[in-house]
Design a binder for this molecule. Structure first.
Ligand code: NAD
Length: 257
């Protein structure tokens, strides 16, 4: 087991990447603190782990709120004695996020709050816990849009993921000598709720697929496997990385027909 005796906190564990990662980390021996704002899905995630012999705790937290972030970290230490892995993964993609002209200030602020401030707050309270544990791994979910612009705009989302990537690099540099690694996990387009609710016709899906060399969307469990590598000691010399798991989308100028 690759995460034996580790405690991992995962935000956005009620769906998609977070759900798959929570299940995988638990199968690899970690005690899991599953965090979400949606009690039903968050509790379902934990029930599935505990029913299959794993160890998990659900904590409700809105990751854009400082008090909630403080409490989720405190719950991890209170229940499992320590925190080794912090996966700041929860994020939103707002339906009214558009170009600069058409995106409202409210949508901009909400996106920055949930996608960027959350990572700051997770680290603000989580890094001291990792220090108390003698070190650990922080994984922040950014996106391929942190390094590529899209002509179908989601300006706030794109800016938010650029901020997560930049923040991750600096955190990595600052905490490297404390045995704390920080990496930005950058998924390509995935077949999860977050994206598929917008790509709701075959035409829209094809418009996106034409850019992906592999010719398909990624699956949440493929991102979970990358998170497992970054969480485990196997990645002991990996920090500050832009860890792209994207079917080649950022590598290609022209993709095969
Ligand atoms: P998802 O919508 O399937 O899951 C996100 C989870 O986060 C949900 O369970 C939701 O309830 C939770 N959440 C939302 N706001 C929250 C808040 N304020 N506090 C706590 N929990 C909250 O999404 P996903 O596809 O699994 O995405 C996970 C991460 O991956 C996000 O940061 C997203 O931006 C990023 N990402 C996704 C894609 C993609 O194509 N799906 C690509 C690149 C990056």
């Amino acid at each position: 087991m690759r995460l034996k005796d580790k405690t991992a906190l995962i935000t956005g564990a009620g769906s998609g990447i977070g759900w798959q990662t929570a299940q995988l980390f638990a199968r690899e021996g970690a005690s899991v603190v599953a965090v979400d704002i949606n009690d039903n899905t968050g509790m379902a995630c934990v029930a599935e782990i505990n029913d299959s012999g794993g160890s998990a705790l659900y904590v409700r937290a809105d990751v854009s709120r400082a008090v909630d972030c403080y409490n989720m970290i405190a719950a991890a230490e209170a229940n499992f004695g320590k925190l080794d892995i912090l996966f700041n993964n929860a994020g939103i993609s707002h339906a009214e996020d558009d170009d600069a002209v058409n995106t409202s200030e409210a949508v901009w602020d909400l996106t920055m709050s949930v996608n960027v401030k959350s990572v700051f707050l997770g680290c603000k309270y989580g890094i001291p816990a990792l220090q108390r544990a003698g070190g650990g791994s922080v994984i922040n979910t950014a996106s391929f849009v942190a390094v590529l612009g899209a002509a179908t705009p989601q300006l706030a989302y794109t800016a938010s993921k650029g901020a997560v990537l930049a923040m991750s690099r600096e955190l990595a540099a600052v905490h490297a000598r404390e045995n704390i690694r920080v990496n930005a996990l950058c998924p390509g387009p995935l077949r999860t709720e977050l994206l598929m609710k917008y790509l709701d016709t075959e035409e829209k899906r094809q418009r996106r697929l034409v850019h992906i060399p592999m010719g398909r969307f990624g699956e949440a469990d493929e991102i979970a496997k990358a998170a497992l590598y970054l969480a485990s000691d196997e990645s002991s010399f990996v920090t500050g990385s832009t860890f792209l798991v994207d079917g080649g989308i950022t590598a290609a100028y022209v993709t095969p027909e």
